[in-house]
Every structure is written in structure tokens, then in C-alpha cells.
Design a protein around this ligand. Structure first.
Ligand code: GLU
Length: 462
């Protein structure tokens, strides 16, 4: 059997972090088994579904690198198929027409409430002769659900879960206006798409019992279910915006790399021994939905940030330049010569940044006129300028390569009877405008003699 998984978002908002993890698990399980990963947009709620949300979800999945097989399936466009399934059940006697009006149902619920009974449809039209149908009432179609026994699901994550059938009422499949219910649409689409594994948030576990009954009534085998615990915030409460329950594009804008977010979300609720850094190939080889944990995991921004630092260090220099260039260009164009500094300086820069935004900020001195922070100003004021003026002639006659500069700095220290810790800070302050920069001899090599001396002379002359 070829495994077929799906991600089935409702396009009522962005692709949030929980949805991204669900998509990732479905994607990886398909990769792990050599199966297929499909995308279904559940746009049946016409009032709340928007094109903007569809675009945001698709863009978010692309950015995350979660590529689905084939074309996305749009649920609303399949309403005829959903209706046909309800008609089929009706003709087989597995569903029936219910002529209860909204007023009847309200009265029924109020009576149940008054008697302290559970609120559920009481099956009043289940066995009634349709000849009794009141004139002018358009019927809904309900499933003739089993009333005895129980429905059991062998959930891949939760284990066996059971509900007494008496607790489930005869759900509506087609509303009286002929529109299919969400439950019917999901089941028919899962069947038609050949879904073998439904991996989704455990807020859908209750739906699974009804979906199982409906699939069985349609004469099909139910998929395997894996209901994964939701993500909680660091304080243990359900994840909300305050905790970082944002769209994935917000994480992109905060300067996270997609591979860092993938690795982080993978580890949030699933693990492979002690492995923290997991490559895509390892993830596909190791991930199995049966190993997803049963308790909710806590979203930890610091962990994600540290992981991002790792992936920035591991990333290709040219890619990083491409990623930070738009950030730098927000404050003005970047001249080609300065772009070369950025490329050569990237190894030193990326070793120190945890987000792309930090990386861009720390790279600014390579592409913009230097601005001096307080510590740099203090260093220059405190004898730094004079020290620079004294060093410039020696630096003019030294090649600006790392090795030559290292030799020069040692010789200059010896010759002037100063410690290296005295010589280098003014250079750092003048060239970078901050005392928090990559190794200064590296920066000097990257800038080269012309640019470097130009900056030093300008500062010394101030
Ligand atoms: N559309 C549902 C949601 O966004 C998912 C339904 C499912 O996975 O079966 O929560």
C-alpha cells in the first residue's frame, strides 16, 4: 500500500506554527514511506475563507519547503461529489431525510436541557414514514448511525480510543438547503484522494469517530489516524499570539531560516534519541508518526533562536548575502564594491548572528558609512584617535592580508611597548563603529587597504 497523507487547512487565516508542524509531519511521513503528500484547501466555510488566506498558506508552505504532490484540491468545488455520497447513502437506507424545522430542534434542545439530558438529535425522523413530512419543509439528510455498541479507533499516537455509539447522534450530511456539512466533505474527499493516513491536531479526535462511522457506511476502509497533541506556550497554556502562535511569515520576517523552523517544529513533539540537529534526510529516514509524543509540547523561542544560529553558521555565504541584502537595502542602495565586502566578510559575520535580522544589522558597517556607538566613541575619545594617527604610516606600508597584519600588530606592539589589547580596539572602533564585531584583523583583510585606510584617516582627522 502506498501511503498518502494530506494537509487540509481551512483558509481562514495565515499558516500558523501549529498548522506548519502538522503539514511537516504529514510531509515527512510521506517521505519516510515513499508515499505522497497532498494539499487540500478546506474552503467550504464561504463566509470565513479568503483568497488572501489561501495565498498565505501556499506561500508559507513553499517557504517552509513543504512541497506537495500534484495540484491542490479545493473542497468547495467538490460539493457535487459530497452531495452524491449523501444521495448514495439515502438510496441504501443508510441515511434518511429529517424534516425537523429549526424551531423543532430548538424546542428539542430546550427540553433536553430542562431535563438535564445530553443535548443531541433524538432521531425523531429516523424511523418515521416520510409520508408524515410536513408540507413546505425542506429536509436535511442525516446519517443512520449505529445506536448500540461502540466505535473504536486505533490511533497511531493516542492508542486505542473508544466512544459508545449511544453518545453520537445522527449527524447531518446535507443541510436542508442542499449544502454538504464539513464532516461529509472531509470524509468524501479523503476517500476520493485515497488518503491512507490522517495526521492532524488532537482537537479533531472527536470528529474522527463520526468520520469513521461515515466512511464505514460508505463501504470504505477508514484511514489510519494519528492525532497529535497541540502546541502549548512556555507557560503550559494553549499557544496563543502572545506565545508566538504567529504565521510562519512572521518567523521569516523575524529572520529565521526555514530549515531551522523545520528542525525546531520536528523536535516539538517528536524525537530521535538525543538528536537536536536533524537534517532533512535524517528527518525523512527517522520520522514515524507512531513516535510522536502524547503530551503537549511547549514552544520555546530561545531554543528556536539557538537552532537558527546553528543553521545560519551552516548556511552558504552567498545565500546569506542574498537573504540579508533586501534588509540592508531598506536603508539605501548597496554599492557593488560593498557587496564584495559582504561576501568576503560573511564567514566572520555569520559566526555571531542568531537571526538574519541580527546578521544584517551586524553587517551594516561593511556597506554603509560607519556610525559610531557609545563604546566606539569612548574608545576613540580616550586616546584612540591619537593612537590611530600614529599607526597609519606603519599600516600604509603593510599589505592588508590577515597574516601580514598579524605580524605587523605584534611588531608594532613590541616596538611601541604597548599591549595588543591597546592597539586593536581603536582600529575596531574606527572601522566598524562598534566594539562588537568580527575579529578585527579579519575585518581589515575584508575591507582591504584602500577602504580601510580611508576610514582610519577620516577618523584620525575628525
Ligand atoms: N480543516 C481542518 C483544520 O484546518 C483540518 C481537518 C482535517 O485535517 O481533517 O483544522
Amino acid at each position: 500500500m502506498t501511503v498518502v497523507t494530506r494537509f487540509a487547512p481551512s483558509p481562514t487565516g495565515y499558516l500558523h506554527i501549529g498548522g506548519a508542524r502538522t503539514a511537516l509531519y504529514n510531509y515527512l511521513y510521506a517521505k519516510h514511506t515513499g508515499g505522497q503528500f497532498l494539499l487540500r484547501i478546506e474552503d467550504t466555510d464561504r463566509a470565513r475563507s479568503t483568497q488572501g488566506a489561501i495565498d498565505a498558506i501556499i506561500e508559507g508552505l513553499h517557504w517552509m519547503g513543504l512541497h506537495w504532490d500534484g495540484e491542490p484540491v479545493f473542497q468547495f468545488a467538490r460539493a457535487d461529489k459530497h452531495r452524491a455520497a449523501a444521495e448514495q447513502l439515502l438510496s441504501e437506507g443508510k441515511a434518511y431525510r429529517c424534516y425537523a424545522t429549526p424551531e423543532d430542534l430548538t424546542a428539542m434542545r430546550e427540553e433536553q436541557k430542562a431535563k438535564g439530558l445530553p443535548i443531541r438529535y433524538d432521531g425523531r425522523w429516523r424511523d418515521r414514514d416520510p409520508k408524515d413530512a410536513p408540507a413546505g419543509v425542506k429536509p436535511s439528510i442525516r446519517l443512520r448511525a449505529p445506536q448500540d455498541g461502540e466505535t473504536m479507533i486505533h490511533d497511531l499516537v493516542q492508542g486505542p480510543v473508544t466512544v459508545a455509539n449511544a453518545q453520537l447522534d445522527d449527524m447531518v450530511l446535507l443541510r436542508s438547503d442542499g449544502t454538504p456539512t464539513y464532516m461529509l466533505a472531509v470524509v468524501v474527499d479523503d476517500i476520493d484522494m485515497g488518503i491512507t493516513h490522517v495526521i492532524r491536531g488532537d482537537d479533531h479526535l472527536n470528529n474522527a469517530f463520526r468520520q469513521y462511522q461515515l466512511i464505514t457506511a460508505l463501504g470504505k476502509t477508514a484511514p489510519q489516524y494519528g492525532h497529535i497533541p497541540l502546541i502549548h506556550g512556555a507557560d503550559g497554556a494553549k499557544l496563543s499570539k502572545r506565545h508566538g502562535a504567529l504565521g510562519v511569515e512572521a518567523y521569516r520576517d523575524m529572520g529565521f531560516l526555514p530549515e531551522a523552523l523545520r528542525n525546531y517544529l520536528l523536535r516539538l513533539g517528536w524525537g530521535h534519541g538525543d538528536a537536536e540537529i536533524i537534517s532533512d534526510a535524517e528527518a525523512a529516514a527517522w520520522f514515524d508518526v507512531v513516535n510522536v509524543g502524547r503530551s503537549p509540547s511547549r514552544f520555546d523561542m530561545d531554543k528556536l533562536t539557538n537552532l537558527n544560529g546553528h543553521y545560519i553558521r551552516a548556511a552558504d555565504d552567498t545565500r546569506l548575502v542574498d537573504l540579508i541584502l533586501p534588509l540592508l537595502e531598506k536603508t539605501g542602495p548597496v554599492a557593488p564594491a560593498n557587496l564584495a565586502f559582504l561576501k568576503r566578510g560573511m564567514p566572520g559575520l555569520k559566526a555571531r548572528a542568531k537571526t538574519l535580522n541580527e546578521l544584517a544589522e551586524s553587517a551594516a558597517f561593511y556597506v554603509r558609512p560607519v556610525t559610531f556607538d557609545d563604546k566606539a566613541k569612548a574608545t576613540l575619545a580616550d586616546g584612540g584617535k591619537a593612537a590611530l594617527a600614529a599607526m597609519i604610516p606603519a599600516l600604509e606600508s603593510t599589505p592588508w592580508t590577515h597574516d601580514a597584519l598579524e605580524q605587523w600588530s605584534k611588531a608594532y606592539a613590541e616596538q611601541t611597548g604597548q599591549k595588543l589589547g591597546k592597539i586593536l580596539p581603536p582600529l575596531r572602533a574606527a572601522l566598524c563603529g562598534t566594539m562588537n564585531s568580527p575579529a578585527i584583523l579579519e575585518v581589515m583583510e575584508v575591507l582591504g587597504k584602500d577602504e580601510g585606510l580611508g576610514r582610519l584617516r577620516a577618523v584620525a582627522a575628525l
